[in-house]
Design a protein around this ligand. Structure first.
Ligand SMILES: [Ca+2]
Length: 497
């Protein structure tokens, strides 16, 4: 049966990226095909991000072997049935200085796991899979080598730059059949859109994690990391949602080599881009606490033959939770931390915001009536690329002024032409989802990755029944083993305001 959805994941792993990719690969074959994973710089530099992608696949190979040997359902049909392509992309922003989030994710993007657990990390030979051959190499030999190496693997390495691989996938598939889920800086997408705009617009939808609308930013008071890390790229992608992209295109940078500046889009385009945005406002409402993570995974790593996946996740999640705790103690306004029960000494309350996995969950459950857009959607959300203190800010018009009908162009009372009838962007902004609040989504995410968690009979806590219903893919028996109803109080919103 053909998958109901096909996606490209553009990613910079990164801890929550890892959970997003696991969630996508854990889908049933008929639910989802991950056609391509295109890698970008972001949380860490691009080669480290790529190594983490390779590590995911190698750990999953070990995990599936372990599941077979232990009589567990294998799962991860997104890997075993489709064998995704992996392509390497941008190693820095279009024009800005490189900013990474290694202060949070660690220098390798996964809290130092490659040093602390080298037996769970790819051997250095993985790099050869992505190396370009010397010009005089016989192509057939390279292909043979690639296929030989990849034969043992669960992904297919690409030698084509990620943005060109994105374009190839969109070109070779029917329009409106492939969705791009972008969970890092938008550099790869901006390069693709600039190189062949009409082919890029064949995408069904771009779903992206980024921005902060009514919340503070997480790298500056107003900017979220993915948008800030390449604000020009983000501005160019957002501009494609406009009936008149030139009205919101970023100004041409003056401090760079003009030959490095991407060209404007063609003046006439066949249609606007459908862009669905998951800003911090919604992603921070979806968390995974250390208490829940430990409760679900600890029994799996205490077995005589422990689960490789649970072991690997634990190896970077424990230092990550410790980092989150330290951020909580030193700052009351970090977007990455959540306090529960009001007790900062409760180590189980440290929680990771599941920014990126939420975008994949939207793909998997998009038919749920509980997904909510903002009342204004599609709304005019623009990216500032030049402000001294506001670069990377996602700006909305809060003036509540009426749009001018049938008129275009800035006015003295409307600089930036926010009120013109065809100017401005048209972004769909998500504000609510079916698993919103506390730990509901974190639990389901782990249950999808490790489905036999549900059948092992480990008691675990859940926060509330009242806001939940079982999604299409989970039966009501999924939660039959819950034992304790806790009083978990998420303070995310309070910390942000
Ligand atoms: Ca990311």
């Amino acid at each position: 049966m053909a998958p109901s959805q096909r996606i490209i994941i553009d990613t910079d792993p990164g801890i929550d990226d890892v959970f997003a990719i696991l969630l996508a690969l854990s889908a049933k074959a008929e639910e989802l095909e991950v056609v391509l994973i295109s890698v970008t710089f972001g949380n860490v530099e691009v080669r480290s991000c790529l190594r983490n992608i390779v590590a995911i696949f190698q750990v999953l190979e070990k995990e599936l072997k372990w599941r077979r040997e232990n009589g567990k359902p294998e799962g991860f049909e997104g890997m075993t049935k489709y064998k995704p392509l992996v392509a390497v992309g941008a190693n820095g922003p279009l024009h800005e200085q490189l900013l990474m989030a290694d202060y949070f994710h660690g220098p390798d993007g996964l809290a130092g796991i490659h040093e602390s657990h080298p037996h769970l990390s790819p051997k250095d030979t993985w790099q050869k899979l992505f190396e370009r051959p010397p010009p005089d190499t016989v192509i057939s030999e390279v292909v043979d080598d690639q296929e030989l190496a990849a034969e043992q693997s669960s992904f297919r390495p690409s030698l084509v730059p990620a943005h060109q691989e994105i374009l190839r996938v969109l070109r070779e598939n029917e329009a409106d059949t492939v969705t791009v889920v972008a969970i890092g800086p938008l550099t790869n997408l901006a390069l693709a859109a600039a190189e062949d705009t009409e082919t890029f617009l064949r995408v069904r939808e771009v779903v992206t994690m980024g921005g902060a609308i009514d919340l503070c930013g997480n790298v500056t008071p107003v900017a979220e990391f993915n948008v800030f890390a390449d604000s020009v790229a983000a501005a160019r992608i957002y501009a494609l949602t406009s009936a008149n992209p030139s009205s919101t295109m970023p100004p041409t940078p003056t401090h760079v080599d003009p030959s490095s500046v991407l060209p404007p889009y063609p003046t006439t385009l066949s249609r606007p881009l459908k862009l669905t945005l998951f800003p911090l406002d919604i992603t921070e409402l979806h968390t995974l606490t250390r208490g829940l993570f430990n409760t679900l995974t600890r029994p799996l790593i205490q077995l005589p033959s422990p689960s490789p996946l649970a072991t690997w996740l634990t190896a970077f999640m424990q230092p990550m939770f410790t980092k989150i705790e330290s951020l909580h103690h030193t700052s009351t306004n970090s977007s990455y931390q959540t306090a529960s029960s009001g007790d900062s000494n409760d180590s189980n309350s440290a929680s990771l915001s599941l920014h990126d996995p939420l975008c994949i969950y939207y793909i998997l459950t998009h038919s749920s009536a509980k997904w909510m857009r903002s009342a204004q959607s599609p709304e005019d959300i623009r990216v500032d690329t030049t402000g001294q203190w506001t670069r990377g800010m996602t700006v909305v018009d809060r003036r509540r002024s009426r749009k001018r009908r049938g008129s275009e162009g800035a006015r003295s009372y409307d600089l930036g032409d926010w009120l013109g009838s065809n100017s401005g962007n048209r972004v769909v902004r998500m504000v609510g989802g079916p698993r919103q609040g506390e730990e509901a989504f974190g639990r389901e995410m782990l249950e999808r990755d490790i489905p036999y968690i549900r059948t092992l009979g480990f008691p675990y806590v859940r926060s509330s029944d009242s806001d939940l219903d079982c999604p299409e893919s989970l039966g009501s028996s999924a939660h039959a083993i819950e034992a304790v109803r806790p009083t978990v109080i998420a303070l995310v919103s309070a910390q942000r305001q």
